[in-house]
Design a binder for this molecule. Sequence first.
Ligand code: MN
Ligand code: MG
Length: 693
Amino acid sequence: MRVTLMAGKRLRARGAIGAVGTLGALSAIGIAVGITACSSSVDTPAPQVANGTTATLALLETTDIHTNLLSYDYYKLAEDKSLGLERTATLIAAARKEFPNTLLLDDGDTIQGTALADYQAQVAPVDCKTTLGVYKVMNLLKYDAGTIGNHEFNYGLPFLAQVTGSAFDVPNMSPVASQPACAGPNFPLVLSNVLGAKSQQPIFKPYTILERTITATTPDGKTVSAPVKIGVIGFTPPAIMAWDKRWLDGNVYTQGLVESASKYVPEMKAKGAQIIVAMSHGGLDNSTYSPSMENGSYYLSKVAGIDAMLIGHSHQVFPDKNSTVTQFNLPGVDKVKGTVNGVPTVMANFWGKHLGVIKLALNYTNGTWTVDRTSSTAEARSIQNADKSYVAVDPSISQAIAAEHAATINYVKTPIGTTDFRMTTYFADVGDVSAIEIVNQAQAAYTQDYINANLPQYAGIPVLSVSAPFKSGFGGGNDFTDVAQGNVAINNAADLYLYPNTIYAVKVTGADLKAWLETAAKRFNQIDPANTASQALVSTYPGYNFDMITSKDFSYEIDVTQAVGSRIRNLKYQGAAISDTQSFIVATNNYRASGGGNFPGLDGSKTIYASPDASRDVLIAYIKKVQAIKAASNGSDRSWRFTKVATAGPVTFLSAPNLTALAQANGITNVAQIQADDGTGKGLAVYSVDLNQ
Ligand code: MN
Ligand code: MG
């Protein structure tokens, strides 16, 4: 048997796989411990593992951590125990005690998502020698491998290469040989479906084969150590090409998940992988397969040879017997047991809220390990206990990241202006624009200035802007934008604009604009006015896709009694009905303009300006210019209202509790709190809205 030695990288913490076995094997053949190169190979006799030997291999998944290392909200400058890898770490430690054989794997969307991430990427970029904060913490936790999510591409390829310790063979970077060797994670990152435009090779290693020694049980009940080779392969959503077009176009291209897996799984098998674990940063979608589909994991599960799937990107929990999420109620998906077309699968929510655990039951038969699917189980373990308290933190994490944390807080506290009103999204679903108008004003002004200076062919076409309540309660009562009256600092700008998007401007017709608003109005369920029972107003359609106009020049109604696609009424510009053929320039972001959210016609073809400037920086610059933000001029221009209708029963929505007075102050006079706690433990209250007011 041919064994590749990677001793330096294979020494595990107590409880993880391999330390004892690897050291044992090394001493037995007389090689000094401490080899770090991957190139040494020796021939050793095949170890004797009896047929019928069994073992349990626990795959531990984190996904969509988004650099939430601490239980801390940088926008609120306050602790938030409901998230943070410092708590997931406690679940990881417990699982390592519980199972003799574990692998810790990360499913991507790792390096972006908090002010700390932006600080290290954009404000005071880490130098080549310095390990990025999130990878420093992950090194501490002794991850075995990880993959790359879509958000890893947000800061560009050179930054991604640097912080992952990689060299990319792509056209717009210097030749691989001249790229510096920078500090990255000390575990392998694998990604099979993003390839260099010229090299036609994956920019990361497509897969790795982890060689581990596991504790197993012989047929006669003896505990033994046995070697196993686990192939781990990674996938990211092909939609990155649209979302991060500004970085990726001309440099890389993507392959479909099925195409990549069909190429590499047999190759991994040929190289000796006995178990194949697919780390797929994407959810499940059973619509017709396409190599460019965003959530391809449903079809990935059908590729022969895949023994387990770690999935992500959708920020959901799987398995969950109570899940009402569409993707977990598809044919072939067992949301109780945690299988997709028979393949054990887990999705561990986001921001460190859960740890995914797949217990793979292994049997040794005919000279190799195979997975017994029926005896394997999957679960997602919450950092929240049954009594609603949270597991303790692992104190080593905050120690490791203390300097980065302090620098981030210092950065986000920098004051840039003032506001005479509280800017929030608590009631954005029912018409409050207090946190949205300033974003639209900044985007529209920036775009108008650029057109005036550089694009005379569009002079005279009305410029408007759309934005959405990015934080709208999905993560619970704390997951809302909330900027207090008084000083406005950078953390407030980040609260007003959550994502590291850039400004894009598109040219659309009146018909396009109406279709855009119709799509955004999917935010609402169809309300039956005759129904005497309580009806929930807000659907599962994400708040960040609820694009809205906030301008004195525009007005429209949303008629929630109508079906999706037939709800926008009386769309007017400067008091006159908008015609289907009228032209508008709309300021939005790279995500939306390039196809994010699948808005009709927004596929990149309508983009007239793909700005390199971050939306948040444009907002910060605008606030610095305005200096004194006022409700009358920057927070009260409601372009849309619900079409008035009397309903026989209550129409309800969720928001943080006890905020009726705030709604009143912001001109939302038709809401009342009817239940201070909705019973989900997420800190949300139930409100009613009178659609007839
Ligand atoms: Mn994510
Ligand atoms: Mg993602």
